[in-house]
Design a protein around this ligand. Structure first.
Ligand code: ADP
Ligand code: ZN
Length: 723
């Protein structure tokens, strides 16, 4: 019987395409098919079968299916269809996001026969393999007797599976030939699995059972042992054949976390993050799709993988802004995780020491359960926070004399120091002290950052860079000097002030090379006195027991920003950074340098009481009718001129219905020009999410029919993090 199928393509088109499928009655939704598209063939995903064919039009026939099974199972299809409607992003692009790059390109859903493996090193030994891992032992023996690498085709013929192979790779016994260095640390450390503390045990008993949907906000202060609790929970609840998803903000920064999971679950752990190559992604994707009982630890896009047996979901550091995709399909992985848990009738745990206001509000309204963990593990106590007013104090490399003295005392006591600055490079501004000229990016409305090490001026918004100079391009004087603080500068000052003490910089510049973060972590974990200097990166989840002093160079960044989320993000970052102090047996101290030591937000933060700050911020949001008390979306436009962008958004505004909708703008974006493009925005809010969603869907459908001015691009950002 002939049938008609509806197919989605990986294109930014808000429409689907119908094909006849006379030779393929067995096609199912979610299957990859080859389709004729214009003069070429493309890979499409079937989204619907048994479609009523349009009258009077002869449809082109689909080609062959790539594989006889649906690449996207029903649950994943449903997730992405929902997300496509919620975030107003074309379905095709959403669906293809759930495929690994190789499958998007139409490659086969299997490993290449020529992929090959060899011994990791000559003294690798099978001694540490678990006693019952017979197949792994056999496989390892096979490698040991060989003088050269073995290809997948050979191994498969010998009856071995990909999981067995991966198990040996994970244990660093063998390695893939030609593959980049393993992204995850081997399971070498022998950390004993600790018994839960009293506080952890009582939190664990409050966490709901596996059966049925539940969403729990785990508010656990820094160092309270949330990770240990997740592990314990998964061990308790996860069935032998169940899958689990653990989302983390950034894997490469915290390889310890993966190591701890491996300690509990061994080969069940698979990872998913941006540093994997296409092959590694396909491999992990296949294991998930084939329903292997994996526990996937992944960054944002891990939430889109085709799980078929999800039994538990964890979102660690749920407040982290990296969970929201900042371009294209602008989904929130945290929110999709909750959706998935509901679909799968399984629990989701959102953990953080500084929960998002959204989640706190959901807990307050009874949508989420809240479980608190408010004691640090063992002898560790919460750090002491102190505001240090620097209004009339001389600074060196951004640091005041009292801060320097504290650093000196900490090092003298054989302990470690962490210095936090929110900017990389040497200085955020290069200015002429004769005429006031400031070096700016020719393509963006922003200053260039001075990087002294490379003697370069760089734009942190586009890729522009130029050599640094001292002679002023405007007045030709010789007085151009850096103004303000960056990580490089503090690093230099500290190195000069404390000769013989290692000063380790952690920012995007210093961690670009593969393995550099591992080397840094190793040095810090040695426990020897040292000074860490870094950006946000140093705040994310690290566990350095010998860091007892944290210095925040300047806390004032978020106090006066126009973005309504800035205070929340500032508080979260400050408390996360502070949370790195005193996690071991010695007490921790935090010095927060500020010019506004009497600011109510800072004085509340100094009491280290996140919930009090959050209550204050939530009250302000409610008063000003902002999220989470309203649903918000932003229509963004960029064009060759600001006028074109604003005119377009004016038109959009005129076309919008007036009732049940608050509209602000159009206004130029905070960064009004980026990479030569002018950017403007229109902010929409509604008390009803359903209403906002309908308005946006109509708007997108309408704009799709419009002829746009040359060079104009628009997009809709639902639940935006930046306004
Ligand atoms: P959080 O993620 O809440 O900041 P972690 O889970 O990283 O905290 O735990 C902090 C430290 O305490 C880690 O070094 C961890 O190994 C240790 N730890 C956690 N729970 C226990 C426990 N029950 N017994 C001993 N050590 C623990
Ligand atoms: Zn720029």
């Amino acid at each position: 019987m002939s049938q008609t199928v509806r197919v989605a393509l990986n294109r930014p088109l808000r429409r689907l395409f119908d094909y006849s499928a006379p030779d393929h009655p067995e096609l199912k939704p979610g299957q990859r098919v080859r389709i004729p598209f214009g003069p070429r063939t493309a890979t499409g995903l079937v989204v619907e079968t048994g479609v009523t064919p349009p009258e009077g039009i002869t449809l082109k026939p689909v080609g062959a299916a790539h594989e006889p099974w649906p690449a996207l199972p029903p649950e994943t299809l449903k997730l992405l269809s929902w997300a496509s409607g919620y975030y107003q992003h074309p379905l095709g692009e959403c669906l293809f996001m759930a495929l690994p790059p190789a499958l998007r390109k139409g490659r086969p859903a299997e490993l290449k026969d020529t992929d090959s493996w060899w011994m990791a090193n000559s003294n690798a030994s099978a001694d540490n393999l678990p006693g019952n891992a017979y197949k792994q032992k056999q496989l390892f023996d096979l490698f040991q007797g060989r003088a050269q690498a073995m290809a997948w085709s050979q191994l498969r013929q010998s009856g071995f599976t990909r999981s067995q192979l991966q198990a040996l790779v994970d244990r660093s016994l063998i390695r893939e030939v030609g593959a980049p260095e393993s992204q995850t640390p081997a399971k070498t450390e022998t950390v004993a699995i600790p018994t839960l503390t009293e506080a952890q045990r009582s939190a664990a008993s409050a966490l709901p059972e596996r059966h049925g949907f539940s969403a729990t906000l785990l508010y656990g202060i820094t160092g309270s042992g949330k990770t240990e609790l997740y592990l314990h929970y998964l061990e308790r609840e996860l069935g032998e054949d169940g899958q689990a998803l653990v989302l983390v903000p950034e894997i490469n920064l915290t390889p310890q976390t993966v190591a701890r999971f491996r300690k509990y679950f061994g080969d069940r752990i698979v990872v998913w993050h941006s540093a994997l190559n296409d092959r590694q992604r396909l491999d992990t994707w296949l294991r998930v799709r084939q329903g292997e009982p994996v526990i996937l630890i992944g960054t944002r896009s891990g939430v889109l993988l085709p799980f078929t047996g999800l039994q538990a979901v964890v979102v660690d550091e749920e407040h982290d802004s990296s969970y929201k995709q900042g371009e294209g399909f602008r989904y929130s992985a945290r929110d999709l995780a909750v959706f998935r848990a509901r679909e799968n009738q399984c629990p989701v745990i959102l953990g953080s020491a500084t929960p998002s206001l959204e989640s706190l509000q959901n807990a307050a309204s009874g949508k989420y359960l809240r479980v608190d963990l408010t004691e640090r593990v063992g002898e560790a106590r919460p750090p002491q926070l102190r505001l240090l007013d620097i209004r009339s104090r001389p600074l060196a490399g951004g640091l005041s004399r009292p801060a320097m003295e504290q650093i000196r005392a900490t090092l003298a006591a054989n302990q470690q120091v962490l210095v936090y600055i929110n900017r990389r490079g040497f200085a955020p501004v290069l200015m002429c002290f004769d005429c006031g000229y400031i070096a700016e990016c020719p393509h963006c409305d922003t200053h260039l950052t001075y990087h002294r090490r490379d003697r370069a001026l760089r734009c942190h918004h586009c890729d522009y860079q130029q050599p640094a100079f001292t002679q002023c391009p405007k007045c030709s004087g010789d007085a151009c000097q850096p103004v303000g603080q960056g990580t490089e500068q503090s690093e230099e000052t500290l190195a000069a002030s404390f000769p013989g003490v290692p000063v380790i910089r952690i920012d995007r510049d210093s961690t670009q090379r593969k393995g550099s973060i591992q080397a840094i972590l190793k040095q810090v974990n040695s426990g020897e006195p040292c000074i860490l200097v870094g950006t946000q990166m140093v705040a994310k989840g690290h566990d350095f027991p010998n860091v007892t002093l944290v210095v925040v160079v300047n806390a004032d960044g978020g106090l006066f920003s126009v973005d309504f989320r800035a205070p929340e993000q500032m508080v979260q970052t400050l408390l996360q950074v502070s949370g790195r102090a005193g996690r071991g047996t010695k007490p921790g101290q935090v010095l927060i340098q500020t010019c506004h030591s009497d600011h109510p937000l800072l004085t509340t933060i100094a009491r280290d009481d996140y919930l009090a700050v959050a209550r204050q911020l939530l009250a302000e949001r409610e008063q000003n009718s902002l999220p989470p008390f309203r649903a918000m979306a932003v229509v963004r436009a960029e064009a060759p001129t600001m006028e074109a962008a604003l005119t377009f958004l004016d038109q959009v505004r005129n076309d919008l219905p007036g009732d049940n909708l608050d509209i602000w703008g159009p206004l130029p974006a905070t960064l009004a020009r980026k990479a030569g493009r002018h950017r403007a925005q229109l902010v929409l809010q509604s008390a009803s999410r359903g209403n906002l969603n309908r308005v946006l869907a109509q708007l997108c459908a309408h704009l799709d029919q419009q002829r746009l001015p040359t060079g104009l691009r628009w997009l809709v950002d639902v639940d935006p993090l930046e306004t």
